[in-house]
Design a protein around this ligand. Structure first.
Ligand code: SAJ
Length: 401
């Protein structure tokens, strides 16, 4: 049963807004807070500023029912959820300024008996820092207040399902905080709740994304090896993956998104001398867009000024999200080098501030070189005959994704 509670969600981005909408649909009264007044306006009009399947319907319903309202400042609530960005600062050190600012802002309204949950992916010790800020500003300390970390783990494109179905790690600054946060998540999460302490919860989230980064780096490194010795990397991986204990991921133009390309650095930051592998994986993945550019340049050398169809800008298939996209990096570098006529296609976007987008048909019609950067469904359906006579550079394994 859902208690009659108010939840204040700080940060209405890719995590906060879907979470707010799901909680509202479960009967909670939600106050969404964002420092960006435009975001607040959009949400209060029942609209969304991010593209995520079905989110618009849920937000419209939540706002229409009066269960979700947005403001630029927090108000009193039973539960506070901090869902703000934790970007990389200078020297790839974690920047937790947004978490600190959000915590400071809730100190004006937080009361005894409240539960404060940090969902943002955070370096170890951040949840303790949240508790310290609250204690310093309000005098509220456990047991008067509960503070816990429950790292978000949703996959863009499947957020609404995963917010509910994923198993969740829940770690409080003390056992009572862990229990209080678990009670809260139990009201809307159908996945298992895995209880631990705050620092382990913080580190587990970083480990998950670093694990994926290292595995993608292995696949990306194999693509370089295969190219060096004249092999098809996709065939190589397909064969190796028949071994019962081998499961190699897919090479691509690099690693994008705001998580996997960022979180491993948080681990490197806390233990730089002993994270050589994690650091190397970051370097391998970061170097991949440059390698794709070099391949295109090598192919272009056979032409005067070739027409190049660049297929895809998003950071992964079938979404419109361009955050840290390696494909954008590739196209930007090609455009700056100015040795070709680029035809840029991104079927999930209507326009792009930097590149004039054209239709897939228009791009393919007269292209000399076709570069597959993202495995979007529109590209997977291109008949092989359409590509006849063109040089094809497949950075994302279009026939295998
Ligand atoms: N990629 C490859 N090869 C692969 C798989 C992915 O090159 O075999 C690339 C993608 O094209 C993309 C990047 O990696 O550029 C990351 O994509 P992703 O689908 O692996 O992950 P994200 O960044 O969309 O979401 C990840 C997820 N973490 C894990 O799968 C461990 C998600 O569950 C997290 O919630 C999210 O990070 C986050 O917010 O931290």
């Amino acid at each position: 049963m859902i208690p009659n509670q108010t939840v204040c969600v700080l940060g209405l981005g890719y995590i906060g807004l879907p979470t707010a909408a799901v909680l509202a649909s479960r009967g909670y009264r939600i106050l969404g807070v964002d420092v960006n007044a435009d975001v607040v306006k959009v949400v209060n009009s029942g609209d969304t500023h991010i593209v995520e399947p079905e989110l618009d319907i849920l937000v419209r319903g939540a706002v229409g029912s009066g269960r979700l309202t947005a403001r630029t400042e927090p108000t009193a609530a039973d539960v506070f959820m901090i869902c703000v960005p934790t970007p990389l600062g200078p020297d790839r050190a974690p920047d937790i300024t947004y978490v600190e600012k959000a915590t400071e802002s809730l100190c004006a309204v937080v009361r005894e008996g409240n539960l404060v949950i940090l969902e943002s992916t955070s370096p170890p010790g951040t949840t303790e820092r949240v508790a310290e800020i609250i204690a310093a500003r309000t005098g509220l300390k456990p047991p008067a207040i509960r503070v816990a970390h429950a790292p978000e783990r949703v996959l863009p494109g499947q957020i609404l399902r995963e917010v509910v179905e994923n198993d969740r790690i829940v770690g409080g600054i003390d056992d009572a905080s862990t229990a209080a946060a678990a009670d809260f998540y139990r009201t809307f999460v159908s996945g298992a709740l895995l209880l631990t302490d705050a620092k382990t919860a913080e580190t587990a989230k970083l480990v998950e994304n670093a694990y994926r980064d290292v595995n993608i780096a292995f696949a990306n490194e194999l693509s370089l090896v295969a190219d060096r010795i004249g092999l098809d990397v996709w065939e190589l991986i397909r064969l190796a993956n028949h071994h019962p204990r081998v499961n190699i991921l897919s090479p691509g133009p690099g690693v994008g998104g705001h998580c996997i390309a960022v979180d491993p650095w948080f681990l490197v930051h806390v233990a730089p001398e002993v994270t050589k592998l994690i650091h190397a994986a970051r370097d391998v993945n970061d170097a991949k867009p440059g390698w794709v550019v070099a391949q295109v340049q090598a192919a272009a050398a056979a032409f005067g000024r070739p027409r190049i169809a660049c297929l895809g800008l998003a950071y992964k298939p079938d979404i419109d999200d361009l955050r840290e996209s390696p494909s954008v990096a590739v196209v930007r570098t090609l455009a700056a080098a100015d040795f070709a006529e680029l035809r840029v296609v991104e079927p999930n976007l209507e326009k792009h501030p930097e590149f004039a987008l054209v239709s897939l048909d228009a791009a393919l019609r007269d292209a000399d070189i076709v570069v597959f950067l993202v495995g979007h469904r529109e590209f997977r359906g291109i008949p092989a005959g359409t590509l006849e006579g063109k040089v094809v550079i497949d950075a994302c394994g279009i026939r295998q994704v």
